[in-house]
Design a protein around this ligand. Structure first.
Ligand code: DOR
Ligand code: ZN
Length: 344
């Protein structure tokens, strides 16, 4: 199969940043996807409906002329989040969901939640108002092995939370383990999961391929091959709980190629190509539309996109780094490699 036509896909997890970076990266996501769930981990974080509304306007201003793209906003939960502004912001169409970053889990998460018990009242209000909770599912204790932090979070935090608030709908973001896929399947009536291209394409060997590879470093970190295979199985199964979320996370080159490099893979320019490679390798192109265009809207209770898009295989090409004015450049997934799919 050298061409595939599907409903226009959505990206259910993306970082668009702000300022000069935002202006350069938004067009990639806007051209490829109809909608995207935009992460709120800016500096300062997007914690109120007013901030989200202003941020949405800055994103809209960066959408190329003639491109239809809807940014869907999220609220950054902290220990101090109150339910009222969040519930009203959701009612007024500003917030689509709220994001739980355990404090210090990842980029700009220092204002995150120090203990989930502290925000149970907010989570109960979210369940009541049917606002989905999006979770970065990693324990943050330094003594926990970094490769075990997702599994530890599931056992210590997620399972008790699922039991405590039965009405809460939850997306476990960027799952990286078999345990992640399993817990989502076991709660299919109320849970979903996004899966990134890098966790489908690679395992932790890619971090050390011939030397240290900072552009392969993201959080949660790549895991061993058994987990990669479990994720490929989940994504290509067509099961309704699993949907596309790139977690495209741009950082300037010099901030990644550093003694203490930032976490994040910038995949926006080649995201669909990356997923298509996986689905083609797994002989599952017939299930790509479910993953990319149907399962996400079903979870969020949103209409599917009516527009169709066709991708075809072409002569391989290499993505080039994205220039950010005088600030530097951002290296994309597949930099120096070939990409074989293109939208027609
Ligand atoms: O690798 C990551 N980068 N993981 C995250 O959770 C955050 C993201 C970012 O914002 O850079
Ligand atoms: Zn993310």
């Amino acid at each position: 199969m050298d061409t595939i036509t599907i409903r226009r896909p959505d990206d259910w997890h993306v970082h668009l940043r702000d300022g000069a970076v935002l202006k350069e990266v938004v067009p990639y996501t806007a051209q490829m996807f109809a909608r995207a769930i935009v992460m709120p981990n800016l500096v300062p974080p997007v914690t109120t409906a007013a901030m989200a509304s202003a941020y949405r306007e800055r994103i809209r201003a960066a959408i190329p002329a003639g491109v239809r793209f809807a940014p869907l906003m999220t609220c950054y939960l902290s220990d101090d989040t109150g339910a009222t502004d969040l519930v009203h912001g959701h009612r007024d169409g500003v917030f689509t969901a709220a994001k739980l970053y355990p404090a210090h889990a990842t980029t700009n998460s220092h204002f995150g939640v120090t203990s989930v018990e502290k925000i149970y009242p907010v989570l109960e209000a979210m369940a009541e108002a049917r606002i989905p909770l999006l979770i970065h599912g990693e324990l943050t204790h330094q003594h926990v092995d970094i490769f075990d932090r997702e599994k530890g979070f599931i056992d210590e935090v997620l399972l008790p939370l699922l039991a405590r608030i039965p009405g809460l709908r939850i997306v476990l973001e960027h799952i990286t383990t078999k345990e992640g896929a399993d817990v989502v399947r076991a709660h299919a009536d109320r849970m979903g999961a996004t899966i990134t291209p890098q966790h489908l394409l690679y395992n932790r060997n890619a971090l050390f391929q011939g030397g240290l590879r900072p552009h392969m470093y993201c959080l949660p970190v790549l895991k061993r091959e058994t987990h990669q295979l479990a994720l490929r199985e989940a994504a290509t199964s067509g099961e309704k709980m699993f949907f596309l979320g790139t977690d495209s996370a741009p950082h300037l080159r010099h901030l990644k190629e550093a003694a203490c490099g930032c976490a994040g893979v910038f995949s926006a320019p080649v995201a669909i190509q990356a997923y298509l490679r996986v689905f083609a390798e797994e002989n599952a192109l017939d299930r790509f539309e479910a993953f990319a265009s149907l399962n996400g809207p079903a979870f969020y209770g949103l209409p599917v996109n009516e527009e169709r898009v066709t991708y075809r295989k072409r002569e391989p090409f290499s993505p080039t780094p994205v220039r950010i004015g005088n600030e530097g450049e951002i290296v994309s997934l597949f930099d120096g490699e070939n990409v074989e799919w293109v939208a027609v």
